[in-house]
Write a protein that binds this ligand. Structure first.
Ligand SMILES: Nc1ncnc2c1ncn2[C@@H]1O[C@H](COP(=O)(O)OP(=O)(O)OP(=O)(O)O)[C@@H](O)[C@H]1O
Ligand SMILES: [Mg+2]
Length: 279
């Protein structure tokens, strides 16, 4: 995915993107972060041609995003909108999830298999006959995710997927994303959840005012100056270690795994030092 000098201004004159440039290698797990109004959603809407670049260019899977490629891109790039009310509209949950694969021209048996698999994955199979508008917000979000999974896209972009999910729903989604990643799917998640981004992403892109403020490994999220400028907070793990300078760690952990590792090493070193003292 290559984005170069992308600009997008809404009809009321709001400049949402002001020269956004970035590149994302295939198979990555990317967290797109940044304050409200930074342009994250506007950017994601370009990836499958729902929005077309007004200035600059977007290349996805070797294709230029334009009016000609938009249709093809819609099946290659699955987009889960920030607001599920913009996405879930069929008379039943089942039909809603079947809509994408049917539109791709897949045979009915194949569609049936994909819909069942996707609804089971998000825990909504038992709700398949229900009207989407009657579902809770988190349930709608799950259905929207299932709709994208059923299309089997090469890239999946999820806009604030965790926002309304309960903890088990989040856990299940992380598992789904893990399986997609193992299959080589490129995954983008726009999120304000620094803990999730720190633990899950291999690339972090921080946007501000329609441009990239910073990008790199998730260790970026342990940089207080940057995090503050981006309207974010430090990951919880990092905050704990910031409050413990006496540990004299060479770096600030930002995931639970790192925290456990450094603490275990520290404990072991202290224990050995204790034994040496007695000896
Ligand atoms: N339909 C619209 N019409 C006019 N302005 C819009 C529209 N949608 C978004 N904007 C504006 O474009 C800018 C970028 O919005 P966008 O939704 O892309 O930000 P975001 O980073 O996704 O924010 P959030 O974290 O709140 O989801 C904001 O100033 C917003 O007010
Ligand atoms: Mg948004």
């Amino acid at each position: 995915m290559e984005v170069e000098g992308l600009h997008y201004t809404y009809r009321d004159g709001t400049e949402a993107l002001r020269g956004l440039s970035l590149s994302i290698p295939r198979g990555s797990r990317v967290a797109i972060m940044g304050p409200n109004g930074a342009g994250k959603s506007t950017f994601l809407l370009h990836l499958n041609g729902l929005y077309l670049p007004q200035k600059g260019r977007v290349q996805v899977l070797g294709r230029e995003v334009n009016a000609r490629t938009a249709r093809e891109l819609r099946s290659l790039v699955g987009l889960v909108f920030q607001d599920p009310d913009d996405q879930v509209f069929s008379p039943t949950v089942y039909e809603d999830v079947a809509f994408g694969p049917l539109n791709m021209g897949l045979p009915p048996e194949e569609v049936a298999g994909r819909v069942k698999e996707a609804l089971l994955a998000v825990g909504m199979w038992d709700h398949r006959e229900r009207h989407p508008s009657r579902l809770s917000y988190g349930q709608k979000k799950r259905v929207a995710i299932a709709g994208v999974l059923a299309m089997g896209p090469e890239i999946i972009a999820l806009d604030e997927p965790m926002a309304y999910l309960d903890p088990q729903g989040k856990e299940a989604l992380l598992e789904i994303l893990g399986r997609l990643h193992a299959r080589g799917v490129t995954i983008l998640v726009a999120t304000h959840d620094v803990d999730m981004a720190a633990a899950w992403a291999d690339h972090v892109i921080i946007m501000k005012e329609g441009r990239v403020l910073a990008r790199g490994e998730p260790s970026l999220l342990a940089r207080e100056d940057l995090v503050r400028e981006a309207g974010l907070g430090l990951p919880l793990v990092t905050r704990i270690f910031c409050a413990l300078p006496e540990l004299e760690l060479p770096f600030l952990p930002y995931t639970c795994e790192q925290a456990v590792r450094v603490l275990r090493e520290k404990l072991l070193a202290d224990k050995n030092a204790g034994h040496a003292g007695i000896g």
